[in-house]
Design a protein around this ligand. Sequence first.
Ligand code: ADP
Length: 609
Amino acid sequence: MSATESIDRPGIYEILRRYWGYRSFLPLQEESIASILAGRDSLTKLPTGGGKSLCFQLPVLLKEGMAVIVSPLISLMKDQVDSLKDLGISAAYLNSSLSFEAKKRVMDQAREGGIKLLYIAPERLVNDETMKLLRSTTLSFFVIDEAHCISHWGHDFRADYRNLWLIKETFRPLSVHAFTATATQEVQRDILDQLRLTDAEIHLGTVDRPNLTYRVMQRKQILKQVTELLRKHDNDPGIIYCLRRKDVDSLSLGLRDLGFDNVPYHAGMTAEERRINQEKFAREEVDIVVATVAFGMGIDRSNVRFVIHAGMPRSVEHYQQETGRAGRDGLPAFCYMFYGGADYQLWNFFAERSSERTVMMKKLGSMYNFCAQPQCRHKVLAGYFGQRYEKASCDACDYCLNELDMVDDPLVVGQKILSCVARVHENSYGFGAAHVANILKGNLTEKIENMRHHELSTFGIMAGESVAFSRYMIEQLIGQGFLSREGEYSTLSVTGPGRGLLKGEHSPVLAKPLIAARKKEVAKKSLEKKREEWDGVDYGLFQKLRAKRTELALKKAVPAYIIFSDNSLKDMALKKPVTRDVFSGIYGVGKSKLKKYADIFIEVIKGET
Ligand code: ADP
């Protein structure tokens, strides 16, 4: 009998409704909960926003004793504990942020059986004091959150996670449950080996995030491009990622000058400045963060409606993780990437100097391909993480939404460009994209004259197109592996597959640069879609409810999403409940939230009706 068959289903649904105010489970939650209830070791991989926390928080309420949650991030521990307390579930954490007295209080409370979930940092778990505490307490099970940190193959390796095998050895037969959002097969194997889970149940969710819409565009004037998006996303919370600190500073200032309130975040700022800005974002005092990759670990704000990449990250893993911060609440969210050849060159520069050069270049190649090859973005991402994407169209990317105008004769365009690159390469060292584009256009530049490149048969072969058009085609041909760009001068050369293209063996997929009229059409369509999503919802009331949530978050010094998710506020702005009875039927309202918040939010609703 599988664990799922043996569980008390009405019991877990009742708890789900009573505490969380949800009526159904998200994919694989029930299976993961069943493993815990059955005391079977398990590994659960669910995408960001897939509801991993609930998988281990719910069974705690059906088991005797305290569950121990190993978690790598101090800030997340506090948020999770605050969130549990708000649901009426006793929880605490032990980490280096606690004073001696606070630590003692938590330990006493744990010994007395007053805590259902105890969050512990990995380095603290294995020390003598904690081990002694855990041995003298009734325990229910162990959870290893962000379990990919255990693996060298993962991208957030934490040496302290390597000691976690001790749990199984010391506390057998208690079960151990690993959770992660990102784990390739190698990482999964490593997690099971390291934790010594020889007979674990494995629950693997899809990596795809259907509520995210992906769009990829060429970067031109980034400030202008970003402001256009911000106007479209009026009032929406979002993160803008830049590649370098100085880009963060200039974009953040530029946006502020234009009246877009935002905070910057990067590793060059002091820890205090970063903490303040992160908290402002979490408590919804500010809705836009401009940041480097340093921002993210520990961000749990669930209503991030857009993530803009002002530059291309170094790998698809990074891209997936950063865009993953959008739409954790399951509502539609949008990911925009602005990329250019310069990004590739920047990462290439770092890769060249790294001992991990081969791996880095491979990852960079895949990332650039994602940008430069027009195809279903959901499908590419799923494929990259080893999963098949079954739908013919995702309806949630620029390619499937038909927002890209494709070049009619891509093979011919590709051959013209590649033969031009081959010709300039024949009698010299090779040249960069700008020079090649000028030859294609037939521009008689000084350099072209000096090199006598106006005598080539490919001179002016694409005279009817702009230089920018040819440059864009060249980037796509690089991204698709038909051209390579190497060395200090970023010289182009034709690759093996490129030679096949010249012989007509395979064709590239080329999109035209987006023109203004088309951009307007796309913007209009997405506005219509947004209207449909908000059909019947009083948007003005939603904003007032948001303001009330921010006020409460500030007063309680907790992130706003802990009080209510956007989903709950949206449901309130749709149903406009004015009695406690109706309020109890709102999405995400369990008994604790009903008691704490019903009257406060009903008052706001009454003021509007
Ligand atoms: P993860 O840790 O996997 O990224 P979270 O645990 O933060 O995801 O959950 C994401 C969001 O989904 C949270 O707002 C959470 O309350 C919500 N959620 C979890 N389980 C359910 C459910 N069964 N029904 C509706 N929402 C849920």
